[in-house]
Design a binder for this molecule. Structure first.
Ligand SMILES: [Zn+2]
Length: 435
């Protein structure tokens, strides 16, 4: 029993066992700032140990995030494991406040500022492994909501391959990425769009091409990529792009496309440069319509846009306990899977005889899943798609054309991963269930 920090009285044996887990150690903000804990002695005394307890509990369960928010008379902790939220216990009001303030402090944020959203992060170590904890605070009517995202530094999901993209798709993107034009990672907030965008950048051969990154890499190491540090004060994006073309840039990653102020300059340079960015959107086809709106000219988008990439995260089946089964050929046909697939995998079903309880799985704790990867969709602007964009076609018409051209879709890529035994049909159904 290691997760008993929330106000429970514990027996002696339980207390002894708990000592085996060393609490997480906080090792300074990622922005390199020094945090003066002595100057905040009162706050540290009130909240540091409890803050570490909350984060340690979550990390011991290999959570990917912890949310701390005021709720009713106290506070609520929600942890998320492989993207599935679950309760992490309740807190008193003073605890909620102290933990929130301390975590902001150690992440290099202004602990007193509670009316504006803030983002930062800190380095941490837990059970001999290094982590980055990304902390964001958002004002809510009852006070403040704090989200801590836990990233295992060694278990990187940074390249498209690490994220789970198949080789043929990655190869095709590599070809698209070195032709001039705009390539955007799109998706709903929190769906992994930024990771895909940097994955696209990393997919460019930086030995062969001159690559610049104008956006904040968020702690990622970008090998062979130049940053644009000597940007003169007040320079517009348009001017920056001209200046970087003079430095013989081939590929430039720019800030997210959220307004015409970004969209227009990048489409203005689409004939000379490869421009990579991201844009929040429901899916690839609605992103096309959105782009036409922000750019204000369907022809410019049709000519400049090369591809849109989106992703959906899902859980991997636990490699230690996944159970094989033989699907019926007509079932495979219905799914659109190749009949040569002999075996699919799922979470082990309960035994026929309830008395025969098997040993619980030591790896996943009988959840059946362990870790996450992404499925991808690449909308490539072919002559057919280009014509539709020019005509101002709606997302449904573009989707129809994608099907006709047999372009990749999220569903198709998801089924590929089911056929490869990476995940189950049940998990695929879960992630595609309308919210
Ligand atoms: Zn397992």
């Amino acid at each position: 029993m290691i997760f008993g920090f929330f106000g429970k009285k514990k027996g002696k044996a339980e207390e002894d066992e708990e000592r085996e887990i060393e609490p997480v150690s906080f090792q300074g903000p990622i922005n390199g700032q020094e945090v003066n804990l002595k100057a905040h002695a009162k706050l540290v005394e009130a909240g540091l140990v409890r803050a570490k307890d909350v984060v340690t509990d979550a990390m011991a369960l290999r959570a990917d995030s912890v949310k701390i928010e005021p709720k009713g008379p106290g506070g609520l902790v929600t942890i998320s494991i492989d993207g599935i939220p679950q309760s992490g216990g309740k807190l008193s009001k003073p605890e909620t406040l102290a933990i929130t303030q301390v975590l902001k402090l150690v992440a290099g944020l202004d602990s007193k500022e509670r009316t504006k959203p803030q983002q930062g992060g800190l380095k941490a170590e837990f059970e001999g492994k290094k982590y980055v904890l990304r902390v964001s605070s958002t004002p809510v009517p009852e006070g403040e909501r704090l989200l801590v995202r836990i990233q295992d530094v060694a278990q990187k999901l940074e390249t498209l391959t690490e994220m789970g993209m198949g080789e043929p798709m990655r190869q095709r993107l590599r070809e698209i990425l070195v032709q001039p034009g705009v390539i955007l990672a799109v998706g709903p907030p929190g769906s992994g769009t930024t990771t895909t965008m940097f994955g696209l950048l990393k997919n460019v051969d930086s030995y062969q091409y001159t690559v610049f990154c104008m956006a904040d890499p968020g702690g990622r190491t970008l090998f062979g990529v130049s940053t644009y540090d000597d940007k003169p004060e007040g320079e517009t994006l348009e001017d920056s792009l001209v200046r970087l073309s003079r430095k013989e840039a081939n590929v430039i990653l720019v800030d997210p496309v959220k307004s015409s102020a970004v969209a227009k300059p990048i489409f203005g340079k689409a004939a000379d440069l490869t421009l990579i960015s991201e844009m929040p959107a429901k899916d690839t086809t609605s992103a096309v319509t959105q782009l036409v709106q922000v750019v204000g000219d369907a022809g410019v988008v049709a000519n400049g846009l090369k591809a849109l990439v989106t992703q959906k995260l899902f859980r991997r089946l636990c490699p230690d306990c996944k159970a094989p089964y033989r699907p019926k050929p007509d079932f495979l046909k219905k799914l659109g899977l190749d009949e040569s697939v002999k075996t699919l995998y799922r979470v082990p079903p309960p035994p026929d005889d309830p008395k025969e309880q098997p040993e619980p799985c030591g790896k996943c704790g009988d959840v059946g899943y362990f870790g996450r990867v992404a499925m991808f969709e690449v909308l490539e602007v072919t002559p057919g798609i280009k014509e539709l964009i020019q005509k101002g076609a709606d997302p449904a018409a573009i989707r129809e054309e994608l099907k006709k051209e047999k372009q990749s879709t999220l569903q198709k890529d998801g089924l590929r991963l089911v056929a490869e035994g990476v995940t189950s049909l049940e998990e695929l159904q879960r992630v595609f269930k309308p919210a």
